[in-house]
Write a protein that binds this ligand. Structure first.
Ligand code: OGA
Ligand code: MN
Length: 234
């Protein structure tokens, strides 16, 4: 059986509760806003409901079985610039056409509103993709946005892997802002966990994973349009 596929029972019973109580409650979104403002990053365990992470795993497995994910490049404008010494993963952009994707996107939309109310960031849209790492996959230390481009502002990575343990590797490593910031966290990519950080400030990496690893990195963006360059939502 495919490593990402859940037990058969999960597949046949469907997901009747896919309109879950939203996890975006003020105590959590306020905590995220506070952390972004102070340290620039935070991690919430058990943020996403288990039925949603299960549904997203099924969706991801279906996409994989159709061969839909593509090898990731480096940087948004350079999707075709492949450099496997930096990043070894394949991706599939969420578009909300599937119920699990749209449930996920509506949670992110709520979070976008909550962060805007607290931080006045003017976050304008959200983009995200499934990221499929085979055993051996990794992503070297990087920033998600170049400083000053004011495009991707806040990164949020959601993890979908059940029964993940330390021996499985694949940690998200986070450093304090700046060239010589200390390493401040190693986060296991356990189902339900999300990591949130400032895209232009916080260096991070994915340690080599020893098992297939599934995540949804995403970005809240401000409108990057200028007079000579229209930057539409995906
Ligand atoms: C990314 C990224 C982190 C992760 O895709 O830009 O940093 O834990 N992902 O998957
Ligand atoms: Mn990143």
């Amino acid at each position: 059986m495919h490593p990402l596929l859940p037990a058969t029972a999960e597949l046949v019973t469907g997901f009747p509760s896919l309109a879950p109580t939203s996890p975006v409650v003020p105590s959590r979104s306020d905590a995220v806003a506070e952390a972004l403002y102070t340290t620039g990053w935070c991690v919430l365990e058990d943020f996403l409901p288990a039925d949603l992470t299960a549904a997203l795993r099924v969706r991801a497995a279906v996409l994989e079985s159709m061969g839909s994910p593509v090898q990731a490049g480096i940087g948004r404008e350079e999707e075709h610039h492949l450099n496997q010494s930096i990043r070894e993963t394949s991706i599939y952009w969420l578009n909300g056409a599937d119920p699990a994707e749209s449930a996920y996107l509506s949670i992110m939309e709520e979070l976008r509103g909550a962060l805007n109310r607290r931080l006045f960031l003017g976050l304008f849209e959200f983009e995200s993709h499934f990221s499929f790492y085979e055993a051996g996959g990794f992503y070297a230390r990087h920033l998600d946005a170049l400083k000053g481009t004011r495009n991707r502002m806040v990164s949020i990575v959601s993890y979908l892997n059940p029964n993940w343990s330390e021996r499985d590797g694949g940690e998200l490593i986070i450093w304090d802002a700046g060239e010589d910031g200390r390493e401040v966290a190693q986060i296991l990519p356990k189902a339900g966990t999300v990591a949130v950080f400032l895209s232009e400030e916080i260096p991070h990496a994915v340690a080599p994973t020893h098992r297939p690893r599934l995540a949804i990195p995403g970005w809240f963006r401000i409108n990057g349009s200028t007079a000579d360059r229209i930057d539409p939502p995906r």
